[in-house]
Design a protein around this ligand. Structure first.
Ligand code: NI
Length: 184
């Protein structure tokens, strides 16, 4: 089976590239009436994220303005999958940590971002059960990055205007070059 056939059969979703209005919009909470949609989206979001590959994906990145996130820090082994519905940061440490971040909506762009070192996040899992995680390190940064997406915030929004504009210009230039290559 070719990759293309496989991708289609598992329902991959196109990832929005910044700038895009949906990526800047605060997403609405998932309601009980969304359960069919969410059940359909979660496996497709994981498939899309693993294929990219990435370690986190938020629903606005696949054009659904909903408070829904998937995370797996070990995408190659598919070992630690988290689905987070209506995630909320309920506590964050005063201590900060800096880490290089990237984003599937800003392909090829990276910057060091400073955030609280540890967070406590409350959410509903894919079965609707209430859960809480306390995270540090990469998982903490990833949770904050993905929850930012639900509030219309990208990692570059944590940078100075100068740095942000530099990255956005570079991204636009690279995307244009890619498009030119495709149309050739
Ligand atoms: Ni992102």
């Amino acid at each position: 089976m070719s990759n293309t056939t496989l991708s289609t059969s598992i329902g991959m979703l196109p990832i929005l590239i910044a700038p895009n209005q949906i990526l800047k919009t605060r997403a609405r909470p998932v309601k009980p009436t969304d359960s069919d949609l969410v059940r359909d989206l979660i496996p497709r979001m994981f498939a899309t994220m693993y294929d990219a590959p990435g370690i986190g994906l938020a629903a606005p990145q696949i054009s659904h303005s909903l408070r829904l996130v998937v995370i797996d820090l070990m995408p190659k082994d598919k070992k630690q999958p988290y689905s987070l519905i209506n995630p909320e940061i309920v506590a964050s440490s005063e201590e900060l940590a800096a880490r290089e971040e990237g984003c599937l909506s800003l392909p090829g762009q990276y910057a060091e971002i400073t955030r609280p070192a540890r967070v406590k996040v409350r959410y509903l899992d894919e079965t609707g059960a209430k859960r809480e995680i306390e995270a540090d390190g990469l998982l903490s940064a990833c949770l904050q990055h993905e929850i930012d997406h639900l509030d219309g915030v990208l990692f570059v929004d944590h940078l100075s205007t100068l740095k942000r504009n530099m990255i956005m210009r570079r991204l636009a230039k690279e995307q244009r070059a890619k498009q030119d290559e495709r149309s050739r």
